[in-house]
Design a protein around this ligand. Structure first.
Ligand SMILES: [Zn+2]
Ligand SMILES: [Zn+2]
Length: 421
């Protein structure tokens, strides 16, 4: 809607948010259905956490120096004086829920998925929203690099089912507590030397978290970052072995990947494996999904020492490149003529719906011609005609709109036809 056409600006949708209307929502439902089906084949179960969390959860989890926490959170004080945040990502919520409900003591595997809105106060631009949507999966308690590969393979499988043809898988290791400090130190030293070539934001990152400079989109910063030392030269024995195993399992799954040594992802908690699947079609903002391992978060939250790995997929971005053709619905339009026929029509509609037929009924007196006009507009597959004659005989007329074929029969006979039996 243009500015002029909007009657009252204050009643328009909030900047950076968007209505998903019928006509478009079918693609979302198709994506959600395929995601659910795929994840459950790998033993994942849905875990729904609240949209609102204590602000501290993300400061602690996502990281106090991350862009998400420093610039992008929707944080407010509620009437009780608590600082709350609309979740900018999902992982910290799952970790909190596991600790809170001691899910680690249950016999079921700790594999969870979720789909829903996330909130970041980001510059709204093409394909980016402040309320955006993610599909998220997390696995806990599996140290073996085989699960890292399985998670990537599952992501790849889902994207293939969604018809995302041109995609590339990038993998890296960001090290662990044992080996990353030395790397951070080397980066910091290098960043200090090149400080004048960095944007103000990265000058700050050079002090707080130099790894972040890799994520900066400013051209001069990217040039500087290309000359930085690489993490691969700093990884400890355990991290090297984990990474090599990951690559081996990816080969076994026949996943084509590229090792991208500058892939650090913009979040503090990653350890060892990080990965992204990018699209060839989206330009600079081309990551369809990204994730990694986070072996320390649970412990840092005061929970048990349980490792985790997961990914988040941007639903808007995936829908922009997915080839989804939701099945066209086959609905029946019920045309009744007069008050008595209306009662019989409603009973018929109840019967058909109870037997799985989608019935469109509108409560407006119409003549036969107007009914057919309306059924055409609604793109109904069938029109069911209920008039006084039909009522007396207990036989009703059914017209297939595409072919013009018309039959009459009892409701049971018609149901058989409608079901294509
Ligand atoms: Zn290490
Ligand atoms: Zn920068």
């Amino acid at each position: 809607m243009t500015e002029d056409a909007s009657p009252k600006k204050e009643l328009a949708a909030i900047k950076g948010t968007k209505d998903i209307l019928p006509g478009e929502v079918e693609k979302w439902q198709a994506l959600e259905g395929l995601a659910r089906e795929t994840f459950e084949l790998y033993g994942y179960r849905e875990l729904r956490a609240p949209l609102l969390e204590a602000t501290e959860l993300f400061e602690k989890g996502t990281g106090e120096t991350s862009d998400i926490v420093t610039k992008e959170m929707y944080t407010f004080t509620d009437k009780g004086g608590r600082s709350l945040t609309l979740r900018p990502e999902y992982t910290p919520s799952v970790v909190r829920a596991i600790i809170e409900h001691r899910l680690d003591l249950q016999p079921e595997p700790m594999r969870y998925y979720y789909m829903g809105p996330m909130f970041r106060y980001d510059k709204p631009q093409k394909g980016r929203y402040r309320q955006f949507h993610q599909v998220d999966i997390e696995v806990f308690g599996e140290k073996d690099a085989a699960v890292d590969a399985e998670v990537i393979e599952m992501a790849d499988t889902l994207l293939r089912k969604l018809g995302v043809e041109e995609r590339e898988t990038l993998v890296n290791s960001v090290g662990c507590r044992a080996c990353r400090p030395a790397y951070s130190q080397a980066l910091r030293a290098e960043a200090q030397k090149r400080k004048n070539d960095l944007c103000p934001d990265c000058q700050r990152k050079a002090e707080t978290n130099p790894l972040r400079i890799f994520d900066c989109k400013v051209e001069s910063c990217q040039t500087v970052a290309r000359s930085f030392p690489l993490i691969q030269d700093f990884l400890c024995g355990e991290c090297i072995s984990h990474f090599n195993k990951l690559l081996l399992f990816l080969n076994q799954y026949r996943i084509i990947y590229r090792v991208e040594p500058r892939l650090v992802r913009g979040i503090d908690y990653y350890t060892k494996t990080t990965f992204e699947i990018v699209s060839g079609h989206l330009g600079a903002q081309n990551a369809l999904l990204g994730g990694g391992r986070y072996d320390d978060m649970m412990k840092e939250f005061g929970g048990p020492d349980i490792c985790g790995i997961g990914f988040a997929m941007g639903m808007e971005r995936v829908l922009a490149v997915a080839e989804l053709a939701p099945a066209k619905r086959k609905s029946l339009y019920l045309a009744y003529l007069g008050e008595e026929a209306k009662k019989a029509g409603l009973e018929l509609a109840r019967f058909l719906r109870a037997n799985g037929v989608e019935c469109l009924v509108e409560f407006k007196d119409r003549g036969m011609k107007a009914h057919f006009g309306r059924a055409n507009k609604l793109e109904a597959a069938w029109v069911l005609i209920v008039g006084e004659d039909e009522m007396k005989k207990g036989r009703f007329g059914l017209k297939e709109m595409a072919t013009g074929r018309q039959v009459d029969g009892t409701r049971d006979e018609l149901l058989t036809i409608l079901r294509g039996e």
